[in-house]
Design a protein around this ligand. Structure first.
Ligand SMILES: NC(=O)c1ccc[n+]([C@@H]2O[C@H](COP(=O)([O-])OP(=O)(O)OC[C@H]3O[C@@H](n4cnc5c(N)ncnc54)[C@H](OP(=O)(O)O)[C@@H]3O)[C@@H](O)[C@H]2O)c1
Length: 327
């Protein structure tokens, strides 16, 4: 990408999209194309076509998606599959029609099979049963990867899927009905501390393991792969396998350890209480990151440092939410 390339960041106000936009701006890219949902509903095929016709992006980061935690995925499976399929169909097809040079599709580690060997290698996609709690989301995301792969084979496009592990960072979602595990823990611990409670409730057994990646590290990795030299980028688009690259730290912790870290960063000295009636989700999810390491990229941000930065960025919002403020 050149500094003046036209770069479309879809979903630029989300956790991933905002981090990618910041990373691009900091690196000196001056021609970012961004639209809010109110300006452009990505489910609307005509509106997406018109935007591509007007803006003619050369590079696309696909960070727009309907995303949520276990509860939201379980409650609204139809919304998850419909919205994500529509967004993917519209953006990928218009990228092809308007000759986008490279596209990076954001996949996710949660779409690998539920019980696949650990650490998870890229080639394990579609080798086993999916996690039932986010099945419709996973199928939609797998369809997006399949589209990238098919378009590469049929049209010679350069569409790659990044497969990030669990993310957290500034701009995270702290709504307990739809948030992921780490922002949910930060909010619960913050509120317990503010109310002088002795206990914090944590969903599940606390024994399942998760790898956590700071969103700004992911953004750096996304820009890094989009800038790979032609031959190296092409080597990731092997026609025999889906065009995937895992992005993570290669290190996982139990949910108990994660909750303990949050308590330490927020200086909360109460007890963790595990609610065994709540689902655990996948027992373990650790990515094999040898492919991205082999390309020369490593995650930088230590977990406690990332939790601290995320908490500092969210403090005002947490105070507001604690006073009964909504979203
Ligand atoms: N967060 C994670 O832990 C994680 C982990 C692995 C992979 N990923 C992947 O990263 C990508 C982005 O996730 P995220 O966590 O950044 O999600 P997010 O914070 O919810 O952001 C998603 C963005 O997409 C936009 N969007 C959704 N539907 C839209 C529509 N119909 N039209 C226009 N814009 C729409 C949202 O706009 P509004 O702001 O208007 O809602 C928001 O800006 C997803 O593909 C996800 O699978 C995320």
């Amino acid at each position: 990408m050149n500094r003046d390339s036209r770069i479309y960041v879809a979903g630029h106000r989300g956790l991933v999209g905002s981090a990618i936009s910041r990373e691009l701006t900091l690196a000196g890219y001056t021609n970012l194309i961004t639209y809010t949902r109110a300006q452009l509903d990505l489910k609307d095929a005509t509106a997406v076509r018109d935007m591509f016709k007007l803006e003619r992006p050369e590079y696309v980061f696909m960070a727009a998606a309907k995303v949520g935690g276990i509860l939201a995925n379980n409650t609204y499976p139809a919304d998850f599959i419909r919205d994500n399929l529509a967004i993917e169909l519209n953006i990928i097809e218009q990228s092809r029609r308007f000759d986008v040079q490279r596209l990076l599709f954001l996949g996710s580690s949660c779409i690998y099979p539920r019980l696949c060997p650990q650490p998870i290698r890229e080639e394990y996609l579609l080798t086993g049963e999916l996690e039932s709690t986010n099945r419709s989301y996973a199928i939609a995301k797998i369809a997006g990867i399949e589209m990238c792969w098919s378009y590469n084979r049929q049209y010679g496009t350069q569409y790659l899927a990044a497969m990030p592990t669990n993310l957290y960072g500034p701009g995270d979602n702290f709504d307990l009905k739809s948030s992921h595990v780490l922002p949910a823990l930060i909010r619960k611990v913050f509120e317990a501390k503010s109310a002088n409670n002795r206990n914090v409730e944590v969903w599940g057994t606390g024994t399942v393991r998760r790898e956590m990646l700071y969103s700004e590290d992911l953004a750096e990795a996304c820009v890094f792969v989009m800038n790979l030299p032609e031959q190296t980028f092409q080597s990731l688009l092997n026609t025999e396998h889906p065009p995937l690259v895992n992005i993570g730290t290669g290190i996982d912790v139990t949910i108990r350890e994660l909750a303990e870290r949050v308590c330490r960063v927020l200086e909360f000295e109460g007890e963790l209480v595990f609610d065994l009636s709540k689902p655990d989700g996948t027992p373990r999810k650790l990515l094999d990151v040898s492919r991205i390491h082999g390309l020369g990229w490593h995650a930088k941000t230590d977990l406690s440092e990332g939790i601290s930065k995320t908490y500092q960025a969210a403090r005002e919002q947490l105070v507001h939410l604690g006073q009964g403020g909504g979203y």
